[in-house]
Design a protein around this ligand. Structure first.
Ligand SMILES: Nc1ncnc2c1ncn2[C@@H]1O[C@H](COP(=O)(O)OP(=O)(O)OP(=O)(O)O)[C@@H](O)[C@H]1O
Length: 239
């Protein structure tokens, strides 16, 4: 059995008029790639935010790298998140005024950590952006920008990367390249990845898919194929 890096126990999160998470328990094992799927409004982003310590559950527990984050107060929570977690978003969230290189190093700078430049160079190489370090995001394609975002996430050697629709803004071929890089991060670097996606073909790159409906985990699929994921999504949506 692998250790779990992220654990949710009976997590409830309500917004006015809606139980976005209605008692979610899920564990994400170290060095594995998980996808989270479900109909629109089923709670995927809320799960990601609670798991990453960006949002606090109303009840239940979230453990991140062995820390129960509900017990952490600021600034310890932010410090723990910066140490353990990397993020990749659909819209890249790069700073346009900074070069590729400075975007990659930014989270460590913000955390007050001296960046490991040799490792940063290696992750920039891994994502295929060697030679583009001095470019600004505006000079790059969408796929290249997402590669920068991935390098930025990897540069701090996080235990887990949370990816919210990382291929949502990319064309099919470019999306596949980014998914291949996420897969490599898991297989070669031992990173744990939790990715929200609407796309069964993207989810098929994961080791496991967790399906949400109405704020609950309603199914899980190991070693998914796009066909099996699509069939399960149809079943989940028809509930
Ligand atoms: N900040 C918020 N304030 C109020 N309601 C919210 C907030 N965030 C989410 N919700 C509500 O919680 C429910 C779950 O939302 P969430 O964004 O987690 O779903 P999702 O599965 O990620 O949806 P989508 O696929 O459309 O992004 C929805 O009913 C949503 O409207």
């Amino acid at each position: 059995m692998r250790n779990t890096v992220v654990d949710l126990f009976d997590v409830v999160k309500c917004y006015p008029g809606v139980r976005a998470l209605d008692g979610v328990s899920a564990g994400f094992a170290a060095g594995t790639f998980s996808a989270v799927m479900g109909p629109s409004g089923s709670g995927k982003s809320t799960l990601l935010h609670c798991a990453a310590g960006l949002d606090r559950p109303d009840s239940g527990q979230v453990k991140l790298g062995g820390h129960e984050i509900g017990r952490l107060r600021e600034p310890k929570l932010t410090e723990t998140r910066r140490r353990l977690v990397g993020f990749v978003f659909q819209t890249y969230n790069l700073l346009d005024s900074l070069s590729v290189w400075h975007n990659v190093l930014l989270p460590q700078r913000l955390a007050g950590v001296r960046p490991d430049r040799a490792w940063a160079r290696e992750v920039v190489r891994r994502v295929g952006l060697s030679g583009r370090e001095n470019d600004r995001p505006a000079q790059l394609s969408g796929g290249q920008r997402q590669r920068v975002a991935l390098a930025r996430a990897l540069a701090a050697r996080p235990e887990v990367i949370f990816a919210d629709e990382p291929t949502g803004a990319l064309d099919l071929a470019t999306g596949r390249e980014v998914l291949g890089l996420l897969r490599e991060a898991v297989d070669e670097l031992g990173t744990t990845i939790v990715m929200v996606t609407h796309d069964p073909a993207a989810a098929a790159w994961a080791d496991r898919v967790v399906f949400l409906a109405d704020g609950r985990v309603v199914a899980q699929l190991d070693n998914p194929s796009a066909e099996k994921v699509a069939a399960q999504m149809t079943a989940v949506s028809a509930r």
